[in-house]
Design a protein around this ligand. Structure first.
Ligand SMILES: NC(=O)c1ccc[n+]([C@@H]2O[C@H](COP(=O)([O-])OP(=O)(O)OC[C@H]3O[C@@H](n4cnc5c(N)ncnc54)[C@H](OP(=O)(O)O)[C@@H]3O)[C@@H](O)[C@H]2O)c1
Length: 292
């Protein structure tokens, strides 16, 4: 199999390429601003460049984790967000439509409004932020352009070893090791998802020829404070450095759903097992990698 990972320079993309290579697939990777050696530089806003790459190599699967992922930047730069997350996704979907293969698109729990219930994959979306609205629109365009040749994988609070070292766990560990307070929202819930497991689950769904939308998130539904406390426990840090404050006082430009949860039953039924480890085990694996 021949795969393309658009956004290999990012957290999830790096693991998608690793998982592809582990299975013996030929894998081409791209980066944009952080394209290191071995990666092709590609901006998905450039429809011609996207078309040229996909037309020339005809991939069996195109993974698209690339996106504007900084939700507050997206809120204050809506045109840039739309150009990347919607128009860029459409450029990729059109090229896959023309040249064959399956598109694996990555989305977010933010497509839903906050709710005490866990969402099924086909529940109506109700996004609040510019970022979340762009993901809902991109999902719809992917379904329209590739009705039988797409996977849409919604995930949440992704963490794992990462070349750019920018996920929550790296930032939390660095802040607490410097003796600074770690300020976290005291009213937000999520499902921490270990990035290497997310990548393996994506490749497994593809291998089993599944299509459609899946929620690929970890087994624990945690408060951000509890996740921060778990980080302290696993990294042997003083949890008294954690300071919980209400989201409203953080001055974040983008609204975030506070209580939100994605139902994982469809994923587990499709794969016949739970592919995502508990965050405690994920954090232990990440610590081992960071100290190696
Ligand atoms: N991380 C999470 O907690 C989380 C939660 C829910 C959903 N998701 C979704 O999961 C996916 C992967 O997230 P991630 O954590 O891996 O994100 P990430 O680490 O921020 O990586 C984003 C990737 O997108 C690339 N990119 C940005 N703008 C681009 C453009 N115009 N053209 C081509 N590539 C571009 C970046 O390239 P350069 O760095 O080289 O510029 C990078 O490779 C995203 O779609 C995100 O929305 C993530």
């Amino acid at each position: 199999m021949k795969t393309l990972v658009i956004g290999t320079s990012g957290q999830v993309g790096g693991w998608l390429r690793a998982s592809s290579l582990k299975r013996g697939h030929a894998c081409v990777g791209t980066g944009n601003g952080n394209a290191s050696s071995g990666l092709i530089r590609l901006d998905i806003r450039d429809a011609e460049a996207v078309e040229d790459l996909i037309a020339a190599q005809r991939f069996d699967a195109v993974f698209l984790p690339a996106a504007m992922t900084h939700v507050d930047h997206a809120e204050t730069h809506p045109d840039e967000c739309r150009a990347i997350n919607v128009d860029g996704t459409v450029n990729v979907a059109r090229a896959v439509q023309r040249h064959g293969g399956t598109l694996i698109f990555f989305s977010t729990e933010h497509v839903f409004a906050e709710s005490p219930h866990f969402y099924l994959e086909d529940a109506p979306c109700d996004p609040a932020s510019v970022y979340a609205k762009s993901k809902v629109e991109a999902e719809e365009r992917v379904r329209d352009l590739l009705p039988d040749r797409h996977l849409i994988l919604r995930t949440s609070w992704v963490f794992g070893p990462e070349s750019q070292k920018k996920n929550f766990v790296y930032r939390a560990v660095a802040t607490l090791r410097q003796g600074k307070p770690l300020v976290v929202p005291s009213d937000q819930y999520g499902q921490p998802t270990y990035a290497p497991d997310l990548a393996d689950a994506a490749l497994d769904l593809l291998a089993q020829r599944k299509t459609g939308t899946f929620h690929v998130v970890g087994p624990a539904h945690l408060h951000r404070l509890d996740f921060a406390r778990l980080v302290c426990q696993v990294f042997a840090l003083d949890r008294r450095g954690i300071e919980g404050v209400p989201s409203a006082t953080l001055g974040q430009p983008a609204p975030r759903p506070r209580f939100i949860g994605l139902c994982r039953d469809k994923l587990i039924a499709a794969l016949g097992c739970d592919p995502i480890r508990h965050p405690q085990q994920g954090l232990q694996a990440l610590r081992k990698e960071m100290e190696a």
